[in-house]
Structure formats: structure tokens, C-alpha cells
Ligand binder design. Structure first.
Ligand SMILES: Cc1cc2nc3c(=O)[nH]c(=O)nc-3n(C[C@H](O)[C@H](O)[C@H](O)COP(=O)(O)OP(=O)(O)OC[C@H]3O[C@@H](n4cnc5c(N)ncnc54)[C@H](O)[C@@H]3O)c2cc1C
Length: 305
């Protein structure tokens, strides 16, 4: 522990989650604001409160966090530019992406695709081609990173630092350690970092520990996400359907209905955690992710090899 205390264990659940990726772009760590944690959001709000309404804000990152942030700010009457890198949320279907792009431009967000920010300055960003754009506030949403704890503890991880496990979420280095949520990389093929995956994975990690204690074979992961849900301000949203392997199909629900579904999924997500806490084992999820389903012991051996 940071305090210097040591705790003995029989089993550890490694669930340290994720936070904003440490940016490698010059100036980003010093001058841009991340928004991956509660404290980041509080710091960002305090900075926003000091800015006049017309001050230019640049959100860097065209994924769900960047889109939701840009949408909330434009609804508050801010001047917002969203810099997407290659493209606006490529994981949406073409039709879903068109819908989001239209919503953003109709509400006044300037969306820049096919260009990246190469440097952040206190009052501007510099693009890859040297162009400079004024920015009173730069918000950095280019992706998540994970704590280095597993790697620093000498356990094997994927390139990002997620703990490598077999398909039962058991560490390939030590079967007393079970990883779950954003910090786990089962078979080196992690599920999308999301609350959607983390809930069921948490329940599965608990089952795996119980199996280890009982000396029985834990089950392998069988989880399908099959949807993405984004809010676009307070009154619109998009519910994008996907295949079992998490690739988008050309079906989405937008507008107010999308917003209601998004709001409902947040409530259901919290409700599921509350119910599971009160009634362990009650959590259900869509099954059928076409991951390589191998018996636990085989998976463990294959991945260790
Ligand atoms: C802005 C934003 C919007 C999001 N929106 C959605 C969404 O709409 N839908 C969706 O499905 N997902 C969404 N996500 C993703 C979702 O929040 C995460 O995927 C989910 O919280 C992961 O759960 P977790 O339990 O793995 O980790 P986390 O929720 O990250 O929890 C990890 C916990 O571990 C603690 N911890 C870390 N290191 C240590 C340590 N060394 N010792 C002790 N404790 C430690 C942390 O303090 C934290 O409490 C969003 C994320 C962000 C940032």
C-alpha cells in the first residue's frame, strides 16, 4: 500500500480500471485538460467558470468522450471545435456517423477530420501541418490508459499495461490473481473498455475466485456487448447496434429516443450493480461473444506458452 502497510492475500482481484492516457504530444500534459476522472472533471469545470462564453474551446479526440464533451459544451453556448484525428468515431456505422456529424454541425460545433494536433500551447493548438488555432481551453480525450501497477509488479501485461489473463480472467503468471474490467486483457484480446463490459466481467471475476477456492473449473468468458450509446447534449443521443464481435451494423436510433435510451442504460447500469450487491448472482448479460472459447485449463496453458 502507498502507506507502507502490507496486506496478505489468498486471492487478489485486480480491478484498477483506466484513466486518461498520458499524452505524448508536446504541451498536452502541461496545458490540456483530461476528463477521464471525477477530479479531472472538477478541474475542468473550475477552468470553464473563469472563461467568457465566447472563448474558443478545442476538444481533441473524436471518440465517445470527445463527442459527448463537445455536445454538452455547445449546448451551454460555448464556441467548440472538435479535432478528430483520422475520422469522427469510426466505430459507429456510416449512417450513425453521418447522424452524429449532422447533429454537431447543426448545433455549431466545428468538426475537423483528417488532421491531428501536434502541439498544445497555453492559448493555442498547432496542427501537424504547422497551422495554429487559438484555444482558450484545450480538452484532451484521445483515449484511455491503465495504471502500470501490474507491469511494475512483474506480471505480464499487454502493450497498454492490462494484465494478461486466460479466458477465465486468471492471470497467466499467478492463478491467485484474477483481473477484471478495463485493466484486464483476456487472451491478449481485451473487450472494449466500458462500464458495459466491466459489470459482467466483475461478476465473472468473483465467480472465478469462488471456483479457485472450491477447487472447481471456472467458466470462460461468454459476453457480447452489441451496442454503443452516446448522448448528444441533454435532448439527443444515439443508440448504435453492433454484432456480437462489437462491429457496428447499419441500424441506430437517434434523436430524443436515443437520448432516452442512453439515460435508461445509465440507470439500468447502476441498478444492476445495486441489485447484484443485494442479491449476488442476479446479474445477467448477453452471451455469445465469438471469442476463442477454450476450456480454462487449456486457455491458461496456451497463453502461458
Ligand atoms: C468520461 C467517461 C465516460 C464514459 N462513458 C461510458 C458509457 O457511457 N458507457 C460505458 O459503458 N462506459 C463508459 N465509460 C467507461 C467506464 O467508465 C469504464 O470502462 C468503467 O468504469 C471501467 O470499470 P472498472 O471497474 O474496470 O474501472 P474503474 O471504474 O476505472 O475503477 C477503478 C478503480 O480502481 C481504483 N484504483 C486504481 N489504481 C489503484 C490502486 N493502485 N490501488 C487501489 N485502487 C486503485 C480507482 O481509484 C478506481 O476506483 C466512460 C468513461 C469515461 C472516462
Amino acid at each position: 500500500m502507498a502507506s507502507g502497510h502490507a496486506l496478505d492475500y489468498d486471492h487478489v482481484v485486480y480491478a484498477v480500471g483506466s484513466t486518461a492516457a498520458v499524452p505524448s504530444v508536446p504541451g498536452a500534459a502541461e496545458y490540456a485538460f483530461p476528463i477521464a476522472e471525477w477530479e479531472h472533471a472538477q478541474r475542468l469545470r473550475a477552468r470553464l467558470d473563469t472563461l467568457p462564453r465566447e472563448a474558443p474551446i478545442i476538444v481533441v479526440g473524436g471518440g465517445p468522450t470527445g463527442i459527448e464533451t463537445a455536445a454538452e459544451l455547445i449546448e451551454q453556448g460555448r464556441a467548440v471545435t472538435l479535432v478528430c484525428g483520422r475520422a469522427l468515431m469510426p466505430s459507429l456505422s456510416a449512417a450513425g456517423r453521418r447522424y452524429v456529424a449532422k447533429w454537431l454541425s447543426r448545433h455549431g460545433v466545428t468538426v475537423i477530420e483528417g488532421d491531428t494536433v501536434a502541439e498544445v500551447r497555453p492559448e493555442a493548438v498547432v496542427f501537424a501541418d504547422g497551422a495554429v488555432r487559438a484555444s482558450a481551453l484545450t480538452i484532451w480525450t484521445t483515449g484511455f490508459g491503465v495504471p502500470r501497477l501490474a507491469a511494475e509488479s512483474g506480471l505480464r501485461t499487454d502493450a497498454l499495461g492490462r494484465l494478461l489473463t486466460d479466458e477465465t480472467l486468471t492471470s497467466i503468471d499467478d492463478d491467485r490473481i484474477v483481473a477484471t474490467g478495463d485493466a484486464a486483457a483476456p487472451s491478449g484480446q481485451p473487450l472494449r473498455m466500458s462500464g458495459q463490459a466491466a459489470g459482467p466481467l466483475g461478476a465473472q471475476a468473483a465467480d472465478t475466485v469462488l471456483n479457485h477456492i472450491a477447487g472447481t473449473e471456472p467458466a470462460v468468458i461468454d459476453l457480447a456487448l452489441m451496442r454503443t450509446c452516446l448522448s448528444l447534449g441533454r435532448r439527443a443521443g444515439i443508440w448504435q447496434l453492433a454484432r456480437k464481435d462489437d462491429t457496428a451494423v447499419n441500424i441506430y436510433i437517434g434523436g430524443r429516443a436515443g437520448a432516452r435510451i442512453k439515460e435508461m442504460t445509465c440507470k439500468i447500469g447502476v441498478g444492476k450493480i445495486r441489485r447484484e450487491a443485494g442479491e449476488p448472482g442476479s446479474l445477467g448479460w448477453l452471451e455469445g461473444d465469438p471469442r476463442p472459447a477454450q476450456p480454462a485449463s487449456t486457455a491458461s496453458k496456451v497463453r502461458s506458452a
